[in-house]
Design a protein around this ligand. Structure first.
Ligand code: SAH
Ligand code: SF4
Length: 382
């Protein structure tokens, strides 16, 4: 298990060979500290940060702002960049791409790229470089391999928890995907959702270290990031004290504790009221709203009486909120059914009628099963 971008030392290293030390994921003092033996002046560390987080170079030998001799010595001491690598790509007709990205031990996680575009032009000529068909995009990022929370409708839950991702592995998913699309957060509108595999608030330190990397040298504004939690109260309370933090989404998924317990056993540990009380502690930014995510499961939580209870719950919440409705993505051996489309529409209508902002998230990448582990094949439609 790794935390906070600490390098993983391979157990396979032969005796006498320096252990592999990963640089991607370290920043500022952590980089200076790791490379202390080289006595690097500050500007050399800054050049390294640019190479890692702006240029996203995959190899120390490519850092041409450094003298060849320094690159060689750093490599000989066992350092490597360790930028996570895309090992498999699935492309949907709607432009959504799902990647398997290898972490430091070769284990893969899933990351999804969801472009929103002007439609672009389909290449008229073979010679023309491929036109960029997106004007903004959302990247769905994983925080753990597998998940311990055991929500009954979720495919990731079936894996159990395999391990936490390090800060470098979390931010590295974004770096790998940005690099693939030649996207620059300074210029392009890139949103991040931490809604991939895993429960970010059960890997809190690495997750927040990744957020600081992403908001810092990787230049993605925190206001363009959203983290989703199943309602881990101690994590929410820590989150309330963060200076730099994404927006928050809570996976509500049920109108009351009784139904929620049946589909999210974590409710026995922290009730809906306790989660809401914890969220109340977060000082929200101007115009910021908390999102309640609500996965509609056919016949379980998608009826009018459920919508009425959700209305009461959201209207009583002591903070501004909105609801994102998500039709359940079916998966093998998960004993639920999809909601009927007219039930989804009526659910939204009921919420809106009573003044609760409600949005239906539209499916993305259906044909490539971008819902993967569970996973994100939806993106906000507002
Ligand atoms: N663990 C965190 C973040 C990852 S799950 C959480 O639970 O919030 C991200 C979202 O996907 C959650 O709102 C979850 O309820 C939803 N989800 C899980 N399985 C799903 C499925 N099969 N279909 C649709 N949404 C699903
Ligand atoms: Fe984990 Fe989220 Fe899936 Fe629940 S919905 S099992 S918390 S990934």
């Amino acid at each position: 298990m790794t935390t906070g971008g600490q390098p993983l030392t391979s157990i396979l290293d032969a005796p006498g060979v320096p252990p592999v030390r990963t640089l991607f994921g370290l920043w500022n003092d952590e980089l200076s500290e790791s490379l202390r033996e080289f006595g690097l002046p500050k500007y050399r560390v800054r050049q390294l940060e640019t190479a890692l987080y702006r240029q996203k170079l995959a190899d120390i030998s490519e850092i041409t702002t450094w003298p060849a001799d320094l690159r060689k010595r750093v490599v000989e001491a066992g350092f490597r960049v360790g930028l996570p690598e895309i090992v498999d790509t699935f492309r949907s007709v709607d432009g959504t791409e799902r990647y398997l990205i290898a972490g430091s031990d070769g284990q893969t996680v899933e990351t999804v790229w969801m472009p929103e575009g002007d439609g672009g032009e389909e290449g008229d000529s073979d010679e023309a470089p491929p036109a960029r068909t997106w004007s903004r995009a959302t990247i769905c990022v994983s925080s753990q391999i597998g998940c311990a929370v055991n929500c009954q409708f979720c495919l990731t839950a079936k894996l159990g928890i395999i391990r936490n991702l390090s800060a470098g592995e979390i931010a590295g998913q974004v770096a790998a995907v940005l690099k693939k699309h030649d996207a620059e957060p300074g210029k392009d509108r890139i949103n991040l959702v931490f809604m991939g595999m895993g429960e970010p608030f059960l890997n809190y330190d690495a997750f927040m270290a990744a957020v600081r990397l992403l908001a810092g040298p990787m230049e993605i504004p925190e206001s363009r990031m959203t983290v989703s939690t199943s309602g881990i109260v101690p994590g929410i309370l820590r989150f309330a004290h963060e200076k730099v933090r994404p927006k928050l989404a809570i996976s509500l998924n049920a109108p009351n504790d009784a139904i929620r317990e049946g589909i999210m056993p974590i409710t026995r540990k922290w009730s809906i009221a306790e989660v809401i009380e914890a969220v109340r502690q977060i000082p929200l930014r101007q115009k910021e709203r908390v999102t309640f995510e609500y996965v509609l499961l056919g016949g379980v939580n998608d009826q009018q009486e459920h919508a009425d209870e959700v209305v009461k719950l959201v209207r009583r919440a002591p903070f501004p909120a909105k609801v994102n409705l998500i039709a359940w993505n079916p998966g093998p051996e998960v004993p639920f059914t999809m909601p009927r489309p007219d039930d989804v529409a009526r659910f939204q209508e009921r919420l809106r009628h009573h003044g609760v902002p409600a949005f239906i998230r539209r499916p993305r990448g259906r044909d490539i099963y971008a819902a993967c582990g569970q996973l994100k094949r939806t993106v906000a439609s507002q």
